[in-house]
Design a protein around this ligand. Sequence first.
Ligand code: PLP
Length: 436
Amino acid sequence: MDHVFYSWSAQAELNPITVEGAEGSWFWDDKGKRYLDFSSQLVNVNLGHQHPDVVAAIVEQAQVLTTISPTVANNKRSELAALIAERAPGDLDRVFFTTGGAEAVEHAVRLARQHTGRTKMLAAYRSYHGGTGVAIGLTGEPRRWGTEPTNVDVVRFFGPYPYRSPWGTTTPEDETAAALAHLEQVIVLEGAQNIAGLILESVIGTNGVLIPPPGYLAGVRALCDKYGIVYIADEVMVGFGRIGEWFACQAWDVTPDLITFAKGVNSGYVPLGGVVISEKIASQFDHKPYPGGLTYSGHVLGCAAGVASIGVFERDKILPHVRHVGEDVLGAGLSKLAESHPSVGEVRGKGFFWAVELVRDGQTREPLVPFAASGKDAAAMGTVTAAAKSRGLWPFVSGNRLQIAPPLTTSEDEIRQGLEILDEVLTVADGFTVDG
Ligand code: PLP
């Protein structure tokens, strides 16, 4: 443990638990303590831990062929690309494989620049697009600060956030209208002729589970069409079932030009990601080389796991389960908790992806901890998080939010068990409110 240099962390302040094993929605440490995983490990293990079908597919593939260059064909790679293309919206029919989400973003941007011959990229504040060069440069949150200056020609815009509207609107419809008017201003002032692409998480993930208000994504699509800008939907976190659709943009009937994916494609059992590419863009490279590739692109073990995962989604009707249990049990349960806990400012989400936004003061909406707080300033969230973990619940904590993202295979009973623990955890959070 002492020789591992950990991500995004002050090394000496970390004291991570040692995880020994996992199954389904649970994992356990070396002392035998069990945790109900309401984080899916960075919103990754969509089919839960150690799904037997996916594990078996990896083992089977390893016995046949463990790796092969990305420039030759392989049956699992071809099969997975076809399965993804069938499920992607519109004419998004071709798949460029990567080893993860950030690489997928790097290549989506490269495709947009190659396609348009332009360089500027539009990206939202309150976004996360990955930890590598271009991806972290696009990222609109504090993790970028430590990496600046980044070498990306990026222009930022505000997206909708009805609970804390940048424009002071009071209805979702007004928020959509204000956000689209703002975005068009940014495009015009930057010069549409200079802008290659716009990247947007279909549901803003790490930065708050921000569900787009009605008409927003369609409006973004229309602006990109109007100005010839490539629309990249970053679905690394919300693709593959997280909100009850194969791709989250399908919930709003919107077809981007490129979709980035990773994580849920095979529950992260083997690193894999990619970009689903519209025919319009892909065909541009039919007779000229695409300038990019990775030794591990479309790793056959990852692809075999992806094929098996999609098989499980279909056989076990995962998407309907997410839609039904997500709304009727998880969403309804969280909303009920909000009624009795003054620390809950807002509950929002969809499917198996929810945020419980914690506030010190429900009237003023002052967050439980200040934006980008760390150390002492973030102590209240530290106490709330510790309260969850000591009770055997592992949430995904970001800023002043408990973000709830259980594996999509989690049963109704397990969700109820998690909600009971959350009830106790929110009582701890109530103690930090102005009335607490
Ligand atoms: N894009 C989004 C929306 C993400 O949530 C993430 C990771 O959480 C990434 C990109 C980066 O993915 P990875 O960590 O696999 O590189």
